[in-house]
Design a protein around this ligand. Structure first.
Ligand code: AMP
Length: 291
């Protein structure tokens, strides 16, 4: 295991590195992150190492996916800690461009995210997925990966990016990694560190409630009634606000018919809630019970 790792900060240096790898016939996997790495990110890096010969982990807190009033200025940053973690995992390169390198003066071209971006997070955070799609498109053309690894934790992001890769014929394969959770079910997130002790005690109820909804829907329950019930349970558990809790087609994020009985349509429960000033998102698969 290595205890140092190469940090690259300019596109020109990155291109030199990837050209060397390509010349040697090596495949490349990219793990895009915003840093403040936790075990969820670590699982993505481990998966990347299984997929490709060389692993690039990008650390870039992308300002264009935060709206005014979002948590950009207080988003946690710990480059030294992240670099140590990535070295211990034997990743090959940390790609850490500056904001000026990513968006130089005169930058004015962007990707419009597709239909999967319209609702849920897209409705609550206007412009968010445009920022995500644009920065990922740039990361893909900077790093030229064969694989890019994304967490199911940000499920809508995954669907939006799959749509982008397909629609724009981007020459890479997206790989989804399952959500890593604390023992009590709370999905790991860089934002969990914002939670007070009282909020942290409430937070696992998000996973509990969406898991119950997924089980009910999988057993054939009426979906709109289940959603109303789940919202009520989330508020009762102590979440200050529920941005959404919903059941959607897992591939398109479109609304499904009222029940899944007899249907093989893959469904996903997705939710976003607030605890004080912290917004948490999570999602789980609906597993249809055989009658
Ligand atoms: P972020 O740094 O929050 O932008 O996340 C970078 C990548 O890590 C994204 O693909 C996320 O979906 C993924 N990720 C974040 N949290 C988790 C988690 N708990 N389990 C698995 N992947 C995660």
């Amino acid at each position: 295991m290595g205890d140092t790792i190469k940090i690259i900060r300019t596109v020109a240096d990155l291109r030199r590195q990837t050209a060397k790898w390509r010349g040697a016939g090596k495949s490349i996997a990219l793990v895009p992150t915003m840093g403040a790495l936790h075990s969820g990110h670590v699982s993505l890096v481990k998966l990347a190492k299984k997929k490709a010969d060389r692993v690039v982990v990008s650390i870039f807190v992308n300002p264009t996916q935060f709206a005014a009033g979002d948590d950009l200025s207080r988003y946690p940053r710990d480059e030294a800690g992240d670099v140590a973690t990535l070295a211990s995992l034997d990743a090959d390169v940390v790609w850490a461009p500056s904001v000026d390198d990513m968006y130089p003066a005169g930058f004015s071209t962007s990707v419009t995210a597709g239909s999967a971006a319209a609702e849920l997070e897209g409705a609550c955070r206007p412009g968010h997925f445009g920022g995500v799609a644009t920065v990922c498109c740039k990361l893909f053309s900077q790093v030229t990966p064969d694989y890019a690894i994304f967490g199911e934790k940000d499920f809508q992001q995954l669907v939006v990016l799959r749509q982008m890769v397909r629609d724009l014929n981007l020459p890479l394969t997206l790989v989804a990694a399952p959500t890593k959770r604390e023992k009590d079910g709370l999905a790991l997130s860089s934002r969990n560190r914002y939670l007070s002790a009282d909020e942290r005690a409430i937070a696992p109820a998000l996973y509990g409630v969406i898991s119950e909804l997924a089980a009910d829907v999988g057993a054939g329950a009426d979906i709109p009634a289940g959603i109303v019930n789940a919202r009520r349970k989330l508020l009762h558990a102590g979440f200050a606000k529920v941005d959404y809790v919903d059941v959607r087609d897992a591939e398109t994020l479109e609304a499904p018919s009222k029940t899944v009985q007899g249907s093989t349509q893959p469904l996903r429960v997705l939710a976003a809630v607030w605890l004080g000033t912290t917004r948490l998102i999570d999602n789980v698969a609906v597993v249809a019970k055989k009658a």
